[in-house]
Design a protein around this ligand. Structure first.
Ligand SMILES: Nc1ncnc2c1ncn2[C@@H]1O[C@H](COP(=O)(O)OP(=O)(O)OP(=O)(O)O)[C@@H](O)[C@H]1O
Ligand SMILES: O=C(O)c1ccc[n+]([C@@H]2O[C@H](COP(=O)([O-])O)[C@@H](O)[C@H]2O)c1
Length: 175
């Protein structure tokens, strides 16, 4: 979780008039079967620390509670079954949109949710339809760069909310 994720969430919320944006950490990302670097509990805590002050940003443990490989289509189906009247949107950066065709049931995903996409440096937006571009100031932050900096003993001040910076240091994550 870093300021790029928060900017994405808020830009999409404001552009599309969303009531809530849910942040849903994966149990196991389908294309990263080695699993996440930090524990489920630590990742949920960092998300909560980053979003506590903003009631429109909600942390969901749906995928972590479900366990196993976290396919997005399963998550959208579960949310839709639970709230059939809610209009669902899937938020992502341009790199994720470029990858979407390789996900499980991409057509079903597009039927369940409208896609909102923000620019990412060095990631041209593909031509095509079926998604809405949301403008926000470009952010070159990435989770892997933040983890690299922590491992190298470099500062991550200003890259993620202060509470998250402190939590990473206190718990000795990513060293
Ligand atoms: N700086 C950013 N600007 C815009 N979108 C971003 C940014 N960082 C992440 N995103 C988007 O947020 C979603 C979740 O991204 P992800 O967790 O892979 O972030 P990441 O920081 O790129 O992580 P990693 O470095 O591990 O790949 C993706 O759709 C990604 O495109
Ligand atoms: O459903 C899929 O097939 C699928 C394949 C790859 C990634 N995803 C989801 O995409 C999201 C972003 O993944 P990542 O690793 O880029 O942060 C995360 O919620 C993943 O579970 C989903």
């Amino acid at each position: 979780m870093h300021h790029g994720h928060l900017a994405l969430a808020r830009a999409c919320r404001d552009a599309a008039g969303l009531d809530e944006v849910w942040l849903v950490p994966a149990a196991v990302q389908p294309h990263k079967p080695h699993g996440p670097v930090a524990s489920n509990e630590d990742r949920l805590t960092m998300l909560r620390l980053a979003t506590d002050a903003d009631p429109t940003l909600r942390v969901s443990d749906l995928e972590i509670a479900r366990g196993g490989v976290s396919y997005t289509v399963d998550t959208l189906r579960a949310v839709h079954a639970d709230r059939p009247d809610a209009e669902l949107y899937l938020l992502m950066g341009a790199d994720t949109l470029a990858d979407l065709a390789k996900w499980r049931e991409p057509e079903a995903i597009r039927q369940l949710a409208s896609l909102l996409v923000v620019h990412r440096p060095g990631e041209p937006l593909p031509d095509g339809e079926g998604f809405t571009v949301v403008e926000m100031p470009l952010s070159d932050l990435s989770s892997s760069e933040i983890r690299r900096r922590v491992a190298a003993g470099e500062s991550i001040d200003g890259m993620t909310p202060e509470q998250v910076v402190s939590y990473i240091a206190d718990r000795g994550l990513y060293r």
